[in-house]
Design a protein around this ligand. Structure first.
Ligand SMILES: [Zn+2]
Length: 304
């Protein structure tokens, strides 16, 4: 079976429904590999929600072929999925991460939108800078193990310090996940998500804390400006409010056109494969609880 791919703009693709054809965003016209999976798993009419056709080619912005042909079978398709999944879980960059002006790595398709956002913010006397960009699995794992072993502070829901050694494994896991991502489950893996602050609002030697209090005081002007303007540049806050999973992080911005396909492609099985054998402390218990942890701390984000 051959699937006809029709290119159109991202926003225009949402909600399209066609028999025998799939509408995909312009930058995703070579997303054959995932379309093959889509068709295999759900034969018949395909409801396209703008967030499913995704493979290495999409991440490459359609600029480089991964060898997948226009049919929906072929060895190249599996290769593309593996490569794309590596970025998804922080296990590789697929050549898609590039250095930002800050020196941090971001997805190459986010560099332009970030520059546009910063330029517009500058017009409002805000110096928008990154304090975090891409983080890989190994970095997230080091943070996890430091917290689980009591080498880094862990906090309760309200931000009060806890003692790791005094907590049962489940309580420890939940305490860490309130403030830190599961290795393999961080949106920072994709290079689409960044933590930002306003350098114009603080002295040069200021140490950014990324707390709710700091966001509401020193960086209030930044956040008011983002509230009004970030959507115009494709950004949104996945952790805008407390949904009972990750604590609110107003400073964490996500570039939706690239992040949303990543989000749609995540799976418990993929995450389990990334974690299994990684040397993560409490790995066995995390894997046992993974469906629940995945739903609460990875999936549960503000609707785009
Ligand atoms: Zn963040």
């Amino acid at each position: 079976m051959v699937v006809m791919l029709v290119a159109e703009g991202w926003a225009g693709s949402r909600g399209s429904r066609h028999h025998g054809s799939v509408h995909v965003p312009r930058h995703a016209v070579k997303a054959h590999a995932h379309v093959r999976d889509l068709v295999r798993d759900r034969p018949g009419p395909i409801a396209w929600d703008g967030a499913v056709a995704w493979c290495g080619c999409v991440l490459r912005g359609g600029r480089r072929s991964c060898g997948v042909t226009n049919s929906i079978t072929g060895a190249g398709a599996d290769h593309a999925i593996r490569e794309a999944d590596a970025l998804l879980y922080g296990l590789g960059d697929g050549g898609l991460l590039v250095p930002h002006d800050s020196g941090m790595l971001v997805h190459r398709d986010v560099v332009g939108p970030l520059a546009a956002l910063a330029e517009a913010a500058a017009g409002a006397s805000i110096q928008l800078q990154l304090c975090s960009g891409h983080r890989g699995f190994a970095r997230q794992l080091a943070i996890w193990n430091d917290k689980a072993a009591g080498r880094r502070p862990i906090l309760d829901t309200d931000g009060r310090p806890l003692e790791a050694a005094a907590l049962a494994p489940d309580a420890l896991i939940d305490a860490i996940l309130r403030w830190s991502a599961l290795p393999g489950g961080s949106r920072h893996h994709w290079g689409t998500d960044v933590d930002v602050y306003d350098a114009a609002a603080v002295p040069g030697d200021y140490c950014v804390q990324l707390t709710a209090e700091e966001s509401a005081t020193r960086f209030a002007a930044l956040h008011r400006w983002l509230d009004v303007h970030m959507r115009d540049f494709g950004f949104y806050r996945p952790y805008a409010t407390d949904l009972g999973g990750v604590a609110p992080e107003p400073w964490h911005l996500s570039y939706l056109p690239v992040a949303q396909p990543c989000y749609a492609r995540l799976s418990v099985e993929g995450l389990a494969a990334a974690i299994r054998g990684s040397g993560m402390l409490h790995e066995a218990r995390v894997l046992e609880r993974l469906p629940e942890l995945f739903a609460r701390y990875v999936r549960r984000v503000a609707p785009p």
